[in-house]
Design a protein around this ligand. Structure first.
Ligand code: UT7
Length: 324
């Protein structure tokens, strides 16, 4: 059986660090104490004028290609998960393709907001399993700060910018859950929940970019329930239980969501990778950013069972199980 193995990782954060106190100083009616207590966020990175999503994506991609020891010319496919493309069209993925110097294969974007990296992982894995691509570059890249209404304190303190990248490649496996690589991905969505989290603009409606709008309390409630269900579905399909999983790499929206999910499923909090304190919510970039951190610092090791999960606007949610 063909398995999509992760052969390289990279990430990139803009150098501009914005603390909670910085946001309060800019005139937003908030405090470091409120933000830390309700979300666990201490600081986030924000792009400077002229820095775009593709810029972050290319930096993360270069590091992932170097880590994989391959050249961009060996890629068959680039998938960029983003909800903040440089332009309405073309896809940011084709801009990245050109800047990386890849002149073959295909490149396209996936839009599933904060679940984008999990959706992209599923797309990449299925292209590889179907034999349509051997080597795929998957990137989650966002400039969420561009979508924020800085007069809305209920949303503007939560998000940050960044990018994470992963190179996946086809390798032979036995078809058991001992195989290295992606064991499964589980995707879900429910479009009826649009009004709880959306952007109030777009080319075919307002002809503007719009701003992010969220009913935070309601999103929170759905997040814990949906994430728990996705984790259990992924473990069950692989013939495993939640207790068999070595590391959980969740979408980083709120430390209280990470804690609530761990409590509900009886997961040891030490197994949950958390970067929300220093990244904030970077939407589709948050899972690969957290994953890269945990691999770099030596927590995630070859052979470990790693569960990636996310939930976001749409609603969309999902999980992916990877044997490292
Ligand atoms: O990535 C996609 C998924 N997104 C999420 O998962 C986000 C999910 N939601 C959350 O993380 C939380 O609901 C929030 C962090 C957004 C809000 O936390 P909360 O504990 O649900 O607070 P709340 O919305 O109930 O607000 C409590 C109070 C309100 O004041 P009153 O009505 O009690 O007087 C808010 O106006 O906190 C006030 N508040 C703030 N105060 C200071 C809201 N935002 C702020 C702020 N600073 N930034």
């Amino acid at each position: 059986m063909i398995r999509s193995q992760v052969i390289g990782l990279g990430s990139y954060l803009p150098d501009n660090v914005v603390t909670n106190a910085d946001i309060a100083k800019r005139g937003v009616d908030t405090s470091d104490e409120w933000i830390q207590e309700r979300t666990g966020i201490r600081e986030r990175r924000i792009v400077r004028d002229g820095e775009t999503t593709s810029h972050l994506a290319v930096e993360a991609a270069r590091e992932a290609l170097k880590d994989a020891a391959i050249d961009a010319g060996e890629l068959d496919l680039i998938v960029v998960a983003t909800t903040t493309p440089d332009e309405t069209f073309p896809a940011t993925a084709t801009t990245v393709q050109a800047r990386l110097g890849m002149h073959r294969g295909a490149a396209f974007d996936v839009q599933a907001v904060c679940s984008g990296f999990i959706y992209g992982l599923s797309v990449a894995d299925n292209f590889i399993k179907a034999g349509q691509a051997r080597t795929v570059l998957l990137i989650g890249a966002e400039t969420m700060s561009r979508l924020l209404d800085w007069t809305d304190r209920t949303t503007c303190v939560l998000f940050g910018d960044g990018a994470g990248a992963m190179v996946l490649q086809a390798h032979d496996g036995e078809g058991t859950n001992a195989d290295r690589g992606v064991l499964n991905t589980k995707l879900f969505s429910d479009g009826r929940l649009h009004d709880l989290l959306y952007v109030d603009g777009g080319p075919s409606s307002t002809r503007t970019t719009g701003h992010l709008r969220m009913q935070g309390k309601e999103v929170f409630r759905h997040a814990v329930t949906n994430i728990c269900a996705a984790i259990e579905a992924s473990a069950f399909e692989a013939g495993l239980t939640v207790a068999d999983i070595d590391w959980f790499v969740p979408h980083q929206a709120n430390q209280r969501i990470l804690d609530g999910t761990a409590r509900k499923l009886g997961i040891d909090p030490k197994k949950v990778i958390s970067t929300v304190a220093v990244h904030g919510n970077t939407s589709s970039a948050s899972v690969p950013l957290a994953l890269h951190q945990a691999v770099k610092d030596g927590r995630i090791k070859p052979g470990d069972l790693v569960l990636l999960e996310a939930m976001g606007g749409g609603f969309t949610w999902g999980a992916g199980l990877v044997r490292w």
